[in-house]
Every structure is written in C-alpha cells, then in structure tokens.
Design a protein around this ligand. Sequence first.
Ligand code: AMP
Length: 212
Amino acid sequence: MITIALSKGRIFEETLPLLKAAGICVLDDPDTSRKLILQTNHSDVRVLVVRATDVPTYVQYGGADMGITGKDTLLEHGCQGLYQPIDLHIAKCRISVAVRSDFDYVKAVKQGSRLTVATKYVSISREFFASKGVHVDLIKLYGSMELAPLVGMADAIVDLVSTGNTLKANHLTEVECIMDISSRLIVNQAALKLKQAPIRRIMDALELAVGT
Ligand code: AMP
C-alpha cells in the first residue's frame, strides 16, 4: 500500500491532474465526502486528507509514504527524515512582508527601529529579518494575519501573497518579497527504501507530468 498525504484546497485541486497523468485517479471528492482516507483507482494507492501544516508530520512519522506540501510549510516544519525529490511547480505564490499603507517601512528599517511582526511563519521571518540585521519581535498567529497591523498589534505581517487582493482589501502594502513558494513532493526516507519500486514509479510519473 502506498499512502499519499494531501491537504484540501489549492494543493489538492492542482495535484489531481498530476496524479491523473501518473495514472492515479482519486475516487472521492474531499469537499463533499467526510472521508479522511480516499480510495483511488489503484487498490494499493490511497490518499489521506490532512491539514496543510500536518502533511510533513504525517510523512516524517510514516503515517504517509509521501505527500505534497508548500515550501513555506516545509521550511517552518524542518526537513528531518524527508526526501524532497520534485518541485511540482503548483500552488505558486510568494511569501512577503506587508505593512499598513501609511507605515513607512523603509524609514523604520533604515532607522534601526524594532519592528513587531505578526506571522504564522515564525522561523522564516526570524531568519529573514536576522539576515537583514533588523530587530524584530515576532507574534505567532494561525490565520487572518492581515488584522494585526490594522488593530495596532503589529507593524508588519509576513504572509503568503498570490494576487495581492487580500492585502489590498485590507489596506496593506507588500513591501518586500522574502521568497517564491511552490509545492513539493516529499517522501519518507525509510518508505523510499522499503517500497522503492512503487514509490519510484509514482515519482517518475509525477516528474514526467510536471515536465509536460
Ligand atoms: P491573494 O489575495 O491572492 O494574494 O491571496 C492571499 C491569501 O491567500 C492569503 O490569506 C494567503 O495566506 C492565501 N494564499 C495565497 N496563496 C496561497 C497558497 N499557495 N497556499 C496557501 N494559501 C495561499
């Protein structure tokens, strides 16, 4: 049995065509089904529906043999025990710093002010601001980061940006891009040894699908 961990939403939707190209069709729709283990057209391949931030954990601990997760999630989680063979070039976005439109970020950074930054991405933010020599106090949030500068809780946020519409709707301005993000295939290193042939088959097919 090969178990693949996926999260609902954009990653799931953009993964389906790649799995299909690899000959794997998921038989249930996670949006209408409450099932957390989805069957595929292969009796020996199944899909687990897990939270996006839990995908690396399921793969690391062997609950799933492989999974698909954003680079952002992977960097926050750490890569212990995980093999990352393929950038699938899906769920593309960027992780950026944003501030209230009336906040002078350049001046604050130039003056060496201590910035308060609200984010779900504490590790990525800590590393980024440290590399710039900017002192930051980080506030960990789990969602709706855009609110923090609006209610005076933070000077800036670090969050994923795709079209920029969410920032715009909340009167925030993107001031710096930290890195581009896309989703990757991750594989449990032990599973890769124990189930080498079937895992390699899926990896090769996905790689081919990405390239086409
Ligand atoms: P947008 O308004 O298109 O810039 O999208 C920004 C919102 O969507 C933010 O709340 C982000 O956290 C979320 N978002 C954007 N891209 C992704 C992605 N690839 N994966 C998960 N969340 C995303």
